[in-house]
Each structure stands twice: as C-alpha cells, then as structure tokens.
Design a protein. Structure first.
Length: 393
C-alpha cells in the first residue's frame, strides 16, 4: 500500500514535469523528500537531495554516512554519495550534484531550498518552482486515512485535557499529557520518533491573548478564557484541535465574546466548499468580527492547510488567490484576543468536500460543553505530585 502510494506521488510529479518541460527536479526539504520516499533522517549540516526526472529512476544524493540507510528505502532509487561536510575538492555535495545534473537541459528546484544550497547549484538552466507545494495541497485517499487517524488522536488528547483541568492547575500538567499519547503510540507500535511531534498545552487567561507566547510552567489556570491545544504530527501526518474553555461561569462579556467567535467560525464554515476562494472564507469571519468592533483584537488569518506539516498551503487568508479544491485539508480558527483578558479560539482540522466540508476533529465546541466546574480531585492529586516533584510553589 505504502509503496503504491509513493510511486503514485512520484508519477504525479513526473507528469507535471513533462507539462512544464522540465528535464529534472531537485528536492531538498526534509519533509518533501519524506513525502516521496518515506525515508526518515536528520540532515544536520549534511544536505540530502532527491532528483526526479520525467522518465528516469529517482536519484538520491546523500552523504556517505547515510548510504546504507537510504538503501533500505521502500522505493527503488539510484544512490549517489558525497564524502562529508566539508569534503576535499571534488568530493563536496555541490560538486557531486552538479556533475550529475549537467546532463539535463532544464532543471527545476522547489523554492523552499536554502539560499546557501541554491547558490552552489550550477545547472544549464535552473528554474525555482512550487510544484511540490501544489501537489501536496490535494490529499490522496491514503493521506486522508493517515490525517483522519491523527485527528482522532487529537480529539482524544483534547478529551484528556478537559478531564484533567481544574482551577489552580499549573501549565505543566496539560503539557505532561503528551507523554500518555506517546506511550500509547509506542505500545501499539505506531511510533516513529523522527516524524512524530506531540504538543498538548493550555494557554491560561490572560496569557491566552498572546497565542504564540510561551507560558511559564508555574502559571496556573483560573478564571477567564483558557485555550487548550492538541497540536500533533503523528508518523508524518498532522492535525490540530484547539478549544476555548472556562473553569467557572463566564461573565456576560466573556460569554458575548465567545459567541462572537463561534458566529465568525460558523460564517466561515457556511461558505467553505470546493470552488470557494480562500480569501472569501477568511473575509466571512474577519469582516463579521470587524463589524462588531473587534478590528483591533484580530491577530491572524482564519486558517491554513494541514498535511505533512501543521502549517502548509493553502492559507485561508486575506490576500490569497487560492481556489479551494475537494480533498484539501485546512483549519478554520478565527480568533479574538483581548489584552489582559484572554483569547477566544476554536480550531479544527477540516476536509474540504465538493459540497461543503467534513470536520475531522470533533471535540465539543458549544459553551455549555466547555464550562468545567467539577472538583476533579484525582487530577488535583496528580497535579500536586507533579508540582511537588518540580518544586513549583
């Protein structure tokens, strides 16, 4: 199944190369090479290259150190090695790669290449492109199955967060829940440490008004809008689920802001379908919030793509020219941020369908479901042990 999927992806790119009259295509990004080969590695300072041509076997250019490793790959590739970084004259990666590509007239290169690498590549004609970005936007049935699995685990992680939070809990406690997710993946033999990253977290109010800040581990959950996050990449496939929740009854103002966020979310979802302009989906949410006097409380676009990465194309944003297509996977997450008060944001991983959308993460969203006033004595006991072991006052 996996081999067929990789060959399918390579075949799609080869057809695209023919369409664009490109004789060879250089791929340098770790995620993109994994997309075509399923080879996991950490390049450090030694670059890896995958060169795909319309009618030839894929070629890997790798450091000698990795030769035996890449030969264990799923698809058949020709492997060319360079010595190390740096190497003696004639054995550096750029000399080895340039010697190989000199046979091609027109060579494309994905434009996420590092500048220091790009400047050393010498081709008869070198064409920066975004062919892989475009290909990765549309998910195959295989990819959708993997993303669905990742999304289900994000949902379970959000459920774990909801069951573990209580007034006075420290930020470190929801962070620690990711260990349980990792343990389960290991137990079920579904864990690749290189292509898996797991983040469970809660941004407590008022810090939740700064979504990319990092709370101190001793910060405590209390009144106001707290924002919980399950932000995962599991064996190469990403998902995210985020929820605003309260540990006591929200004030009238907090309830109003929550419902404004929910209405903005619903307005975006209402127009979401294949054929919609990404900018229009964004404007449905953004313009609604602006009309309600919140223009100074918006910090980001309405959503972004999800796939191998947690943030990738397409972007649901003002200024985007993207037309959404069936089998794209995105997030919808309009947010409201009030300094000194907190943030209001739900985020879901969502499949774009012909007639609309499918929520791949389905954790509770309604206000009545995200007010959590139960005493939670077991969670408090576990939390006190964590706090004591870390000497958190």
């Amino acid at each position: 199944m996996l081999k067929q999927e990789l060959l399918y992806r390579i075949g799609r790119l080869q057809k695209t190369l023919e369409t664009h009259s490109i004789d060879s295509y250089i791929i340098t990004a770790e995620e993109d090479i994994w997309y075509f080969t399923n080879i996991t590695y950490k390049p450090e300072e030694r670059p890896f290259f995958l060169v795909i041509s319309p009618d030839q076997q894929p070629v890997l250019v790798v450091p000698k150190l990795e030769e035996s490793h890449v030969y264990k790959g799923i698809i058949d590739c020709k492997v060319i090695t360079y010595w190390d970084y740096p190497s003696p004259v004639g054995e550096n990666w750029n000399e080895v790669l340039n010697d190989f590509i000199k046979r091609f007239g027109r060579t494309g290169i994905e434009d996420n290449v590092k500048a220091e690498v790009f400047l050393k590549i010498k081709a008869k004609e070198l064409v920066p492109s975004q062919l892989i970005v475009e290909q990765r936007k549309l998910k195959s049935p295989y990819e959708l199955e993997k993303i669905r699995s990742s999304a289900r685990i994000s949902d379970r992680a959000m459920e774990m967060i909801f069951k573990s939070v209580y007034k006075g809990a420290t930020v470190i406690e929801p962070f620690a829940l990711s260990r349980s997710v990792q343990t389960e993946l290991i137990r079920t033999k579904q864990f690749d440490p290189i292509t898996t990253s797991l983040l469970t977290a809660v941004w407590p109010a008022p810090i939740s008004s700064m979504p990319h800040s990092i709370p101190n581990l001793g910060d405590r959950l209390g009144s106001g809008p707290n924002v919980a996050m399950a932000y995962f990449r599991i064996n190469g496939y990403a998902s995210e689920c985020e929820r605003t929740f309260f540990l006591e009854n929200p004030t009238d103002e907090e309830e109003e802001l929550f419902h404004l966020m929910m209405t903005a979310r619903q307005r975006a979802l209402k127009v979401l379908k294949a054929g919609a302009r990404a900018a229009d989906v964004d404007s449905e949410a953004r313009n609604y919030l602006i009309k309600n006097g919140l223009s100074e409380n918006l910090l980001h676009r309405t959503g972004h793509g999800v796939g191998l990465g947690n943030h990738e194309a397409p972007f649901i944003a003002e200024g985007s020219n993207e037309i959404l297509e069936e089998n794209m996977v995105i997030t919808i997450e309009p947010g409201i941020y009030i300094d000194g008060v907190g943030g209001y944001r739900h985020s879901d991983t969502i499949l774009v369908t012909r007639e609309g959308y499918e929520l791949l993460t389905t954790a509770p969203t309604e206000l009545s479901d995200v007010i959590m006033k139960r005493p939670n004595p077991i969670a408090k006991l576990k939390g006190s042990l964590i706090q004591k072991s870390l000497k958190i006052e």
